[in-house]
Design a protein around this ligand. Structure first.
Ligand SMILES: [Ca+2]
Length: 490
């Protein structure tokens, strides 16, 4: 009897110690979700020696870095709606920028909304849902957006001049509509303005203010989402971030050609970059390409600094002891690869692979990188699991908690992304070795692409028709058909 009691007492103490980290203020940990726009995983912690990202690296050092993370569509709004709703784009039926989630699923409970129904205070600062396509029901109060400018003074002047020129010539840049005129500004600008005089710095200031408010009421769990607009083009940052990079020494893409053997409609990307005011028509010069790269990296470092300030605020308020931090980017990006610039908009590795880091308070296995295949729809179920909320079967992803505990574990046998193009709907299945893409259109033969990720990481050559892969193709077809059958229009 004595031994049994002793054993039970030890069990209670051990359990108490294990839970201690998450029980500092209340029974449930908080969530800080940091989003960045159009940031491909080109960060120091992802193995890029050029990029200066000490703060995101610091987050990775105390958490888990997901090296093979894939968004469900390489386009801002559908990607964000998919992640925040925990549903695939074929479930939300949001595969374009424009419609709101409620227009297709009026009664849906999103991930933050689910937290809200379980007593969390849920707020959004900056670009979390796509700007103008928000979802009020997800948040406890309406989303906050900065009124500070995206451009500095010179960029703003150039924008106004270009607008005037367009108006005089009667030119309407695509896509038609109110937002189109935005593209008339320069693609990059090293401004004299300070961090907080621009939109992303101001968003940080207000995010930090909110954290300080939360620190005053430790019994109130929160789900705070803070989203940055960089490094989506235009790449605008204070000059000090541009000075971090030497234009002349930046490496240009080596595969400035379209994926060989791909269906012509599939091997395309968005062209909105071409409308920015300082982008010349015709082939880009090497100097201009390097300036673009410098701008992109400067914008990444600017965002990195904002992430650092949020992490510092967590530390300074003591909230770090009880807050899970997720860093997530809404898709990959092309900076010259396949001739595409400032673009995503397709089903290839470069567009669908994103950056994702999850860090728990006092994480035991910290500084780990996992090669397991993960999806953005997994974020919701992961946070539900980590925060001890009841499982929600409506969320279509899976909890990544096993990978945080052991990076050698596996949760998904594939990751899926979608893109509609010229009446076709493409679904890409990323398995451990292959990228297999199926394009379906009513009344047209189904088309396929196959890329060997081991030997062709950037998808330069479609090997679908090659005989030696015939057996593999049959297996992949079956795997995809079992998961997302053609009959369902997927
Ligand atoms: Ca985006």
């Amino acid at each position: 009897m004595k031994n049994q009691l002793a054993t039970r007492w030890i069990a209670v103490v051990v359990t108490g110690l294990m839970c201690g980290a998450l029980n500092a203020a209340n029974d449930r940990p908080n969530v800080l979700l940091i989003c960045s726009d159009d940031m491909r995983p080109q960060l120091h912690c992802y193995g890029d020696p050029t990029v200066q990202s000490p703060n995101i690296d610091r987050l990775a050092a105390r958490g888990t870095l997901f090296n093979r993370s894939y968004v469900q569509q390489a386009l801002c709004s559908p990607s964000r709606i998919s992640m925040l709703s925990g549903r695939y784009p074929t479930t939300t039926q949001i595969l374009n920028i424009g419609p709101t989630l409620r227009s297709t699923m009026p009664d849906i409970t999103t991930v933050p909304q689910y937290f809200k129904t379980h007593g969390y205070d849920c707020r959004s600062f900056g670009k979390v849902y796509h700007v103008g396509i928000d979802d009020d029901a997800s948040w406890s109060v309406p989303a906050w957006h900065s009124k500070k400018p995206r451009y500095g003074a010179a960029g703003q002047r150039a924008l106004v001049a270009r607008r005037k020129e367009y108006a005089q010539k009667g030119i309407t840049p695509p896509p038609k509509g109110k937002g189109a005129i935005f593209y008339a500004g320069p693609a990059f600008e090293a401004t004299k303005l300070g961090d907080d005089e621009l939109l992303d710095g101001d968003t940080t200031v207000h995010g930090i203010e909110q954290l300080r408010e939360y620190a005053k009421i430790p019994e109130q769990p929160f789900f705070l989402a803070v989203g940055f607009s960089n490094p989506h083009v235009p790449w605008v940052a204070p000059k000090k971030y541009f000075d971090m990079y030497d234009c002349g020494s930046l490496s240009l893409a080596k595969n400035e050609f379209l994926p060989k053997g791909a269906p012509p409609f599939a091997a395309t990307s968005g062209a909105d970059f071409l409308w920015y005011g300082n982008v010349q028509s015709g082939p880009l010069t090497e100097t201009f390409k390097r300036e673009c790269l410098q701008g992109y990296l400067a914008a990444i470092s600017y965002v990195d600094a904002q992430v650092g300030r949020l992490l510092d605020a967590l530390d300074n308020t003591g909230l770090a002891e009880n807050t899970i931090v997720v860093f997530w980017t809404d898709h990959g990006y092309y900076m010259g690869e396949h001739t595409w610039w400032g673009a995503k908009h397709n089903n290839y590795e470069g567009a669908t692979r994103n950056a994702m880091i999850i860090a728990l308070p006092n994480q035991e296995a910290s500084g780990q990188m996992t090669d397991a295949l993960v999806q953005s729809v997994d974020i919701g179920p992961t946070l539900v699991d980590l925060c001890g909320l009841p499982t929600n079967a409506n969320f279509e992803g899976r909890s990544l908690k096993p990978l945080i505990e052991d990076p050698m574990e596996s949760v998904n046998d594939a990751a899926f992304s979608w893109y509609p193009k010229r009446g076709y709907l493409g679904v890409a299945m990323r398995s451990d070795r292959w990228r297999f893409v199926r394009w379906t259109k009513k009344g047209k033969p189904t088309q396929y692409e196959l890329y060997d990720q081991q030997n062709d990481p950037q998808n330069d050559v479609n090997v679908f028709g090659e005989k030696q892969h015939a057996a593999e193709v049959e297996k992949l077809k079956e795997q995809l058909e079992n998961r997302f059958p053609i009959e369902e229009g997927r």
